[in-house]
Design a protein around this ligand. Structure first.
Ligand SMILES: *Cc1c(COP(=O)(O)O)cnc(C)c1O
Length: 493
């Protein structure tokens, strides 16, 4: 299986190369040359497997330089770090309504599903390419990626990781998780700005040959842990395939019955993985893109115009506070008939003018599969309260955005899976306020009260955070990011 760039289909690389590079030098994103389609035989095998086996199986179809056994070894190590006996349980909440819980990993958010795998994929890819230089992972985070990436890469031989997060844009619990991170090869820094500022600056360094040269002097080569990296996206496809197998095995659906997935969306990585699963043969009725008050994607799916001229809103679902959704580029590439020139033009227009519009024909095709909807802050909180009152099921604000959109859109009559992306205790103050109508800003006190009042448990990885020493306190201006990276890289030469 080869990979091509969304901005130049003549740029062809192997899976290992795509993972090591992170992003194509032309600024495009790597996509598979074609999608593997699951045969009846594949489904038979997949249905009988446990999650680690399913993950390895799906990945082996995309990464043919790796053997299934090799990938299974990685999956066992990665998902062995999860708590509980199923890394991603499908929880039935109501007749035909399921929640796919993707937050049983070391940082309690769905980013762990991929970021516990990525370090294995990256180091093995380097070995396959005969590269023995050091890899510097640069990551912009809206809250969850940074922690999960550091946890995944901490003390991994031959790697270093630098994470940038918006100083005011993450929850207290998320910040606390990051600034207390352990490991000799990790570094995290706050920037004055929002997530888009951080992501744009990181992308700029990736495509700057001057920065690459300076880093190379110190033995570093850059890669990315953001969902622009194929090695981040590929492991996410597996849980959609797996959820479908679980529904069949539990006799909740008949073979080939279509399912709707509602996905709380920011950078468009998670829902894109669902689209790829559909291309592999998972029967999908609709993919519903759920947004918070940063509703750029809702507007896009309604009008065909992607318009970044809007105010960035800070919400209680900070991991979805994004205006430039990078992975949409991969979807546009597919729906334009894999037109690399057109994709490149649109991305150039987005950079220069902050907007682009797709054709009516493309929009109609996209809308044949994709639904959309958004929830403002009050609706999000009301949804948390509603699900707890009605079903005794506690959800976090990101998941609540998706559940709220599901409630509004109840047109679909088949089985629906809401993708649950974080544990409620990552956002204890807001969840407590939603269910108890009481404000407690201290995240630890809020977590304790929430646990007492709802009779639910604080997940193990979030316990004792308040006692861990703070290691990283630096806050810089977004214009200083380049300099910061070069300095850190030189320190670790
Ligand atoms: C990252 C994140 C999202 C958004 O996922 P994308 O792949 O960026 O669309 C949603 N919820 C949580 C909790 C997240 O951490």
């Amino acid at each position: 299986m080869k990979y091509i760039s969304t901005r130049n289909i003549n740029r062809v690389v192997s899976g290992a190369q795509a993972i090591v590079e992170g992003i194509s030098p032309d600024g495009g994103l790597y996509v598979p040359e074609k999608f593997p389609v699951l045969s009846d035989g594949d489904w038979q095998k997949l249905k009988q497997m446990d999650y680690t086996e399913r993950a390895a199986y799906v990945l082996s179809l995309y990464l043919d330089e790796f053997t299934y056994e090799e990938l299974l070894g990685f999956a066992k190590e990665a998902y062995g770090r999860f708590y509980g006996d199923d890394p991603c349980p499908l929880v039935k909440v109501d007749e035909k309504l399921f929640f796919l819980e993707l937050w049983h990993g070391p940082t309690c958010a769905f980013k762990d599903m991929a970021l516990t795998m990525l370090p294995h994929l990256l180091t093995a890819s380097k070995r396959k390419l005969g590269e023995n230089g050091k890899t510097l992972i640069l990551t912009a985070t809206s809250g969850d990626t940074g922690k999960a990436a550091m946890e995944g890469f901490r003390d991994v031989e031959g790697t270093g990781i630098i994470v940038f997060y918006p100083s005011e844009g993450v929850s207290d619990m998320q910040r606390r998780q990051m600034i207390t991170q352990e490991g000799d090869n990790v570094c995290v820094c706050a920037i004055k700005g929002n997530f888009d500022d951080a992501q744009s600056a990181v992308k700029r360094i990736f495509t700057s040959s001057a920065a690459a040269e300076k880093l190379a002097e110190n033995g570093w080569k850059l890669s990315s842990a953001n969902s622009i990296n194929w090695g981040r996206l590929a492991p996410q496809i597996a849980y959609y395939v797996s959820a479908y197998c679980d529904l069949i095995n539990a006799e909740e659906i008949k073979a080939e019955e279509k399912v709707t997935f509602v996905v709380p969306t920011g950078n468009f990585g998670d829902i894109l993985a669902a689209y790829y699963a559909m291309r592999m043969g998972v029967p999908v009725a609709k993919l519903v893109c759920a947004s918070n008050s940063n509703r750029v994607l809702t507007d896009f799916f309604q009008t065909g115009k992607y318009d970044t001229h809007r105010k960035f809103v800070e919400t209680i679902s900070p991991s979805m506070d994004i205006i430039i959704s990078s992975n949409l580029e991969r979807l546009l590439f597919e729906y334009s008939g894999r037109d690399d020139k057109l994709t490149a033009e649109r991305m150039e227009q987005l950079k220069k003018e902050g907007e682009y519009t797709i054709s009516g024909e493309e929009l109609a095709k996209i809308r044949g599969l994709f639904g959309c909807g958004c929830c403002d802050e009050n609706q999000t909180k009301a949804t948390i309260a509603e699900y707890f009152d009605e079903y005794g099921y506690l959800i976090d604000p990101h998941t609540a955005v998706a559940a709220g959109v599901y409630d509004k859109e109840k047109e679909q009559d088949g089985v629906c899976v809401v993708v649950s992306t974080a544990n409620a205790y990552k956002f204890p103050a807001d969840v407590l306020e939603a269910v108890e109508d009481k404000r407690e800003n201290d995240p630890y006190k809020a977590a304790k009260e929430l646990s007492e009042s709802t009779a639910t448990e604080i997940p193990e990885p979030l316990c004792g955070l308040d006692e861990r020493p703070v290691r990283f306190t630096k806050v810089i201006d977004k214009s200083e990011i380049d300099e910061f990276v070069l300095k850190e890289a030189a320190l670790r030469a």
